[in-house]
Design a binder for this molecule. Sequence first.
Ligand SMILES: Cc1cc2nc3c(=O)[nH]c(=O)nc-3n(C[C@H](O)[C@H](O)[C@H](O)COP(=O)(O)OP(=O)(O)OC[C@H]3O[C@@H](n4cnc5c(N)ncnc54)[C@H](O)[C@@H]3O)c2cc1C
Length: 418
Amino acid sequence: MTSTPDHANSHRTVNSDRTVNSDRSTARIAVIGGGLEGLATAWALAERGETDVLVLERATVCSGMTAKSSGIVRCHYGVPTLAAMAHYGTQIFDAAQDVLGTDIGFHRTGYVVGVGDENVTALDTNLAMHRDLGIDATRINEDSVHELWPGLDTATFAAFAHEPNGGHGDAYLTGTAFAAAARRAGIRIRQNTLVTALTTAADGTVTGVRCTGGDEISCDTVVLANGVWSPHLAEQVGVALPIRAQREAILLVDRGEPTRDVPVFSDLVNLQYLRGEPNGALLVGNSDHSTPEFADPDGYLDRATDNVVTYGIERLMALLPDMPDPRLASSYAGCYDVTPDYNPIIGPSPVPGLFLAVGFSGHGFKISPAVGRLAADLLLDGVSSDPAVDASVFRYSRFDEGRPLVSDNPYVGAGEMR
Ligand SMILES: Cc1cc2nc3c(=O)[nH]c(=O)nc-3n(C[C@H](O)[C@H](O)[C@H](O)COP(=O)(O)OP(=O)(O)OC[C@H]3O[C@@H](n4cnc5c(N)ncnc54)[C@H](O)[C@@H]3O)c2cc1C
């Protein structure tokens, strides 16, 4: 990995005198990747008045891993900056009709997390941190859990926390809402445009991109926001991204009765999460990353294997023993763009002209509005505008420094619950 002693030295903020750019071959900022994070960045730049931005998407917007997202929204993190970012996310999701001009499919069902004996202290410490950030998060007892989630077996848990403002959203609708809002403000989005190379000046500064067909676009800054596909382009300019594609399967279970209006449940004993689907099915995901399966993001098995189905259903039966007639309705899979600490890289790269918004490691939906805001702040001003959001925690150099971003109060056995 290329390292830089002074992270900020490689960063150029973007000069922002505003004019409409009708030239197809230039932009102040070119964003590679029209997924949630690239589009949130474009939207936030537009909100800040910077509209000379061109988003380049190889297929259609939100056709990448965003389309696979479970869309779970919670502020329950052990890293204060991430909790603050998720908190901002809930505010934008709640106000989407006003802020983005459209419904984005956010269901404020609430969020409940259950932990075992060994994690009660960490839970309480995290909750205190959340409340300091203004997040509505409290301990609740078993009776309250039974009221919120009828049928849930609470015997294996020692404590529960509840966030009434959590829930689940639709990542595809959210991303396309960012795109529409950005476009209305004048930002250009070019679909079916694969970026094949980064172009550079003699001193190595990134000066633009080359697309299929040989089209070149020159710009002040390139934002790399193409998720699991990002390492290849970064490598061309000597930036080694420690990102791998980790395949994760999602199960859709018909319980034999519809699942409606229940909170998202995060089971930190058996490491699974559940939420209701609008059609009454139950969406079940895995949060055990102890044996990751790395995959080719352009050629992975798009369903759960028999082993995963068997193990997933076993864990689910332990949690919901009284399902009337449970059966697997369907399954699919997606790939997380995981970094070694399961947290993103947001900020300038060691190479001038290249900015990184990658490595969201399976939790980039809930923080996406804040990712856009932070990326725009760093691109335009070089600093975060939110005192609760410390941009330095996402620096690229943290891996080489041996200072990964980890929870202040980690859960035993659930280390990747950031
Ligand atoms: C199965 C699954 C479940 C998840 N569940 C949750 C959840 O419950 N809660 C949560 O907060 N997060 C969740 N996430 C994570 C979240 O959905 C992702 O972090 C987020 O959607 C990633 O957005 P992105 O823009 O980084 O990547 P993507 O959506 O993958 O977008 C990258 C885009 O770049 C384009 N691209 C690639 N290469 C090029 C190129 N060379 N030129 C031009 N375009 C290119 C791709 O076509 C793609 O559209 C989940 C993710 C998965 C896979």
